[in-house]
Write a protein that binds this ligand. Structure first.
Ligand SMILES: Nc1nc2c(c(=O)[nH]1)N[C@H]1C(S)=C(S)[C@@H](COP(=O)(O)O)O[C@H]1N2
Ligand SMILES: [Mo]
Length: 502
């Protein structure tokens, strides 16, 4: 039994060693070609939409870690099996390791922007894993074994220690190296020529438990199809505008920020957000008008979509008509007074007021292709999500929390509401226990495409009570009460929760 465990751990150690070194080589070249990251991203891509939805609902933003974590557990198990095979037939163990790396290599090549040299980290992984296994096997079988254990303890320990250190060193240096490449904080952005109005003071201090009027960058929600955060250098970055244009255009980062910069307060919302859910954030964005860039290239008349591509080849499609209808669609470089954090698309991302992020907010954007929906389709379009998806108006109750115990008497109900596509939030109404809808008080106004805080003072009597909230929009309508799931074009319905008044 002990012997078996030892051999299984050799397989695992050899695999980790290969993966650690490959991760380092990838960090030095193209980070996304690391076998671990490539397999992780492939798993995310291949997961069927309903299962992804379920994972997001069940695990929140830990969904990907759990999804990929389970795959990694599988990899470790198979690596253990490879070690067991190697005990009697080294060749079989090595073959299984190579098979594992082969799967990773396939994942690397399946990335949209893959080139053949991307296989380098996988080759390193294959070589390192097999050599490590061979070394461990030889150390184990070396002649000076003691009678008692039938094992060359010292040799194995040295080999295992060295390989373990190598695996950790590879992984850790890989992280460090990719972190060194360039830092958003090294960049100084010019001031906007068209600044936003002074940002009003929100209700943050007045209503405990309410969503902050402006979301800190560190607290801003994140939705990514890939596991790691791409590390793009602003020096190397370019944006190409091609497809149906008069003249193909390529801009460097300096070219872009030399154009007219505007500043806008915009609330970004994810189509995957459920009613009352957390995937929305408000920020002050600094950027160049998308139309200014498109005009420089000259858009032809056949295009109906802007297909934007990120640094890794991931694509998002935006309806051309909506992006150019006069709203301030941005190629953003700044977020809340700082260069974009890497997590949010450094150095440049798109932000289009009123459209869900998945059809508009491309992070790490490097290409805008003017094309048609008939000709080319984007990542989520291929997964059956809608192509035309304006943000649905919604009110969210932040406080009290669902199922909270509160004291009888005055209870301040508060939250946030948005109606970016429908001319802003004109009012919010609250309903207690299915009674009449009553007006809540609104917080300050930072523009139609920005969310609005609200609160309502409720005289609560003991017992269990149902609180609901809905938003009225600037175009004179009331948000729908019809329940819809996020798929395919956004959730709708009234946010309602139960509290216990004691
Ligand atoms: N390159 C890239 N851009 C992307 C995504 C992505 O996965 N990759 N996710 C989109 C989605 S679904 C949303 S809601 C927003 C989220 O932006 P955030 O992560 O900065 O909040 O980015 C959009 N842009
Ligand atoms: Mo999203």
């Amino acid at each position: 039994m002990k012997q078996r465990l030892a051999w299984a751990s050799y397989g695992i150690l050899a695999t980790l060693c290969g993966l650690g070194l490959a991760h380092l080589v990838a960090a030095l070249t193209t980070p996304a070609t690391s076998p671990v990251l490539a397999v992780g991203s492939a798993v995310i891509d291949l997961t069927p939409t309903p299962m992804k939805e379920w994972a997001i609902r069940t695990f929140g933003s830990a969904d990907k870690v759990i999804l990929v974590g389970s795959v990694m557990v599988g990899v470790v198990l198979l690596a253990g099996v490879a070690g067991l095979l190697a005990r009697h037939r080294l060749r079989y163990g090595a073959a299984l390791l190579l098979l594992l790396v082969g799967v990773a290599a396939a994942a690397v090549l399946s990335r949209p922007a893959a080139v053949l040299t991307d296989l380098l980290p996988s080759l390193v992984a294959a070589l390192a894993a097999v050599l490590a296994l061979v070394w461990l096997a030889h150390a184990q079988r070396a002649p000076d074994r003691t009678e008692a254990t039938n094992t060359n303890r010292r040799g194995v320990l040295i080999a295992a220690g060295a390989l373990g250190a190598l695996a950790v060193a590879g992984g850790v240096t890989g992280r460090l190296v990719s972190g060194l490449r360039l830092r958003p904080e090294d960049i100084t952005l010019p001031s906007p020529t068209d600044p936003a109005k002074p940002f009003p003071r929100g209700l943050d201090d007045q209503v405990p438990g309410i969503t902050a009027f402006r979301t800190d960058n560190a607290d801003f929600y994140r939705v990514d199809t890939r596991l790691d955060v791409p590390v793009v250098s602003a020096d190397d970055w370019t944006l190409t505008v091609d497809g149906d244009v008069d003249e193909e255009l390529t801009l460097t980062f300096d070219d872009l920020v030399a154009m007219e910069l505007i500043e806008r307060d915009i609330t970004l919302t994810c189509v995957s957000n459920t009613v009352g859910g957390p995937y929305a954030g408000g920020a002050r964005w600094l950027g160049v008008r998308l139309t200014d860039v498109l005009d420089r290239a000259g858009v032809g008349d056949s295009a109906d979509q802007i297909l934007s591509t990120d640094v890794d080849g991931m694509t998002i499609s935006t309806p051309l008509a909506l992006a150019t209808d006069g709203r301030d669609a941005l190629l953003a470089v700044g977020m809340n007074g700082e260069p974009l954090p890497r997590e949010h698309g450094f150095p440049v991302r798109m932000v289009v007021p009123g459209l869900y992020g998945f059809i508009s907010a491309t992070k790490w954007v490097t290409r805008l292709t003017l094309t048609t929906y008939a000709e080319q389709s984007a990542y989520w379009t291929d997964r059956d999500w809608a192509t035309d998806a304006p943000i649905k108006p919604s009110a969210r109750i932040d406080t009290p929390a669902a199922l909270a115990d509160v004291d009888a008497g005055e209870v301040v109900v508060g939250g946030i509401a948005w109606a970016q596509y429908d001319e802003g939030v004109a009012g919010v109404q609250v309903r207690i226990d299915g009674g009449p809808w009553t007006d809540a008080q609104l917080g300050p106004d930072a523009g139609n495409v920005y969310w609005r805080q609200w609160f309502y003072k409720w005289q609560a009597e003991p017992g269990s009570h149902r609180i609901a909230a809905r938003t009225l929009t600037g175009d004179g309508t009331t948000q729908t009460a019809v329940r819809a799931e996020p798929f395919p074009d956004g959730a709708s319905g009234v946010h309602e929760l139960i509290v216990n008044v004691g």
